[in-house]
Design a protein around this ligand. Structure first.
Ligand SMILES: [Zn+2]
Length: 430
């Protein structure tokens, strides 16, 4: 099923022609209306007319998060303030936020992309979507909300948290579809277990969309098995509309990135050079349809790769793999680069491990992984625990090449999350 079939299965040649046409328009517009781009282009002695082929995108300057922050609040706006209908901001841990503006058409286009994503995963008008992302300045919930309304499904704007109420809403209104972070889904599972609820018998769930935190295939399987649903990966970031930039189809093998709206590149984050398809690197995105705020070559800091080959679903927009991590999340122990997702992948692949864990960076040479183990296995038999600890330590060492200290904990020991969760505790002093 398609929402905009003609565009979703468009031939590659026609798609690339369209991208080039829109890229030229975007570049001209940005140079004309945004002083930041005007300056960046003149520094490189570059004119919009120098863009004659798609590969010329590599001549263009990058835009970073810092650039957006420096030009907060209105510096990156390409239209008059009277044409803007919505503001979102995206805040980091430090410094000023980034302001993201939408024109009326931008809001509508973002909703269209979500509609494509929902139909692609089999949603129909009689579905009920419980939106457990944060409403407000963050794009996660609102953009999904508008897209789901466009399709015609019933949207429950639940927001995150208040888990008991979430459960009653799910039961009372026969929720079929969840929009949720992976860490909250795991928490929801633990509450259902505690309440003695059977996700299959007591609910009408069919699928969930998960994004906003990188998570592993093993976690997806764990969540799918617990709830008896299909989990689809969703990718987006506020700077690029929010959710709906890339989304999985029913093949569940990589996320189609809507290339009529964005040009994607994968680069080596250190050199800025293009990396070949199938190799990991940082995702760089250029908006092609944005009216209020066109952004050129945005450094997302998300690590992924372009998946070579065509998808069996027939859509021609290329796929990116799940997000392996963010360049910011990476930490170094004993000189080895480690992403928290590598640790998660190992832990979630071990049956005795429950939903919760924590990584503590004690020093530059030493880390501790604190793991909650499942209730059934916490039988107090010391040899069982020792064997499990040895198994986890060995598997982690095989994956991250550093031997961590592993602590096994009783279920319920670690802090839980009703939203985004901090899994890495950094105790090192700089
Ligand atoms: Zn597909």
């Amino acid at each position: 099923m398609y929402w905009q079939k003609e565009m979703e299965v468009i031939g590659r040649r026609a798609l690339e022609d369209l991208q080039l046409k829109k890229l030229k328009q975007t570049v001209s517009k940005a140079c004309k209306h945004i002083p930041f781009y005007k300056e960046a282009f003149s520094k490189l002695n570059l004119k919009p007319k120098d863009i004659t082929a798609l590969k010329d995108i590599r001549k263009l300057p990058f835009t970073t998060r810092e650039d957006l922050r420096l030009h907060y609040p209105f510096g990156m706006l390409a239209v008059g303030k009277d044409e803007v209908v919505r503001l979102h901001t995206s805040s980091g841990t430090t410094g000023k936020p980034k302001a993201i503006f939408f024109s009326k058409k931008d809001v509508d286009r973002a909703a269209e992309l979500i509609a494509r994503c929902l139909i692609m995963t089999g949603v129909k008008k009689d579905d009920v979507l419980q939106n457990m992302m944060t409403y407000g300045l963050f794009t996660g919930a609102l953009v999904m909300h508008y897209g789901a309304e466009k399709v015609g499904v019933l949207v429950i704007p639940a927001g995150p948290g208040n888990t008991k109420r979430q459960i009653s809403l799910m039961q009372d209104f026969h929720t079929t579809t969840l929009h949720i972070t992976p860490s909250y889904a795991l928490y929801l599972a633990s509450v259902m277990t505690k309440e003695g609820l059977d996700p299959q018998k007591d609910f009408s769930l069919r699928r969930a969309y998960m994004g906003s935190e990188p998570y592993s295939e093993e976690t997806r399987k764990k969540i799918e098995q617990f709830f008896h649903i299909d989990v689809y990966n969703s990718y987006g970031l506020s700077e690029m509309n929010g959710p709906g930039v890339a989304f999985e189809c029913t093949e569940k093998n990589g996320m189609h990135l809507w290339e009529d709206n964005f040009i994607m590149e994968i680069i080596d984050p250190d050199t800025g050079e293009k990396v070949p398809d199938g190799k990991k690197g940082e995702l760089v995105l250029t908006t092609l349809c944005r009216e209020a705020m066109p952004i050129i070559r945005y450094r997302t800091r998300d690590i992924t790769m372009i998946m070579p080959g065509r998808c069996r679903c027939g859509r021609t927009h290329r796929r990116i793999s799940r997000i392996f991590g963010r360049t910011d999340d990476m930490f170094i122990v004993k000189g080895v680069n480690i992403f928290p997702q590598q640790i998660e992948r190992v832990l979630m692949g071990i049956k005795a491990v429950a939903q919760n864990y924590q990584i503590v960076l004690e020093s530059y040479d030493h880390m501790t992984v604190r793991v909650e183990i499942s209730k059934e296995l916490f039988d107090g038999k010391v040899d069982h625990l020792v064997n499990l600890q040895t198994e986890i330590t060995g598997k982690l060492r095989g994956e991250i090449l550093v031997k961590p200290k592993v602590e096994l904990l009783e279920p319920g020991t670690l802090p839980v999350s009703e939203g985004k969760l901090t899994r890495v505790i950094d105790k090192r002093t700089l």
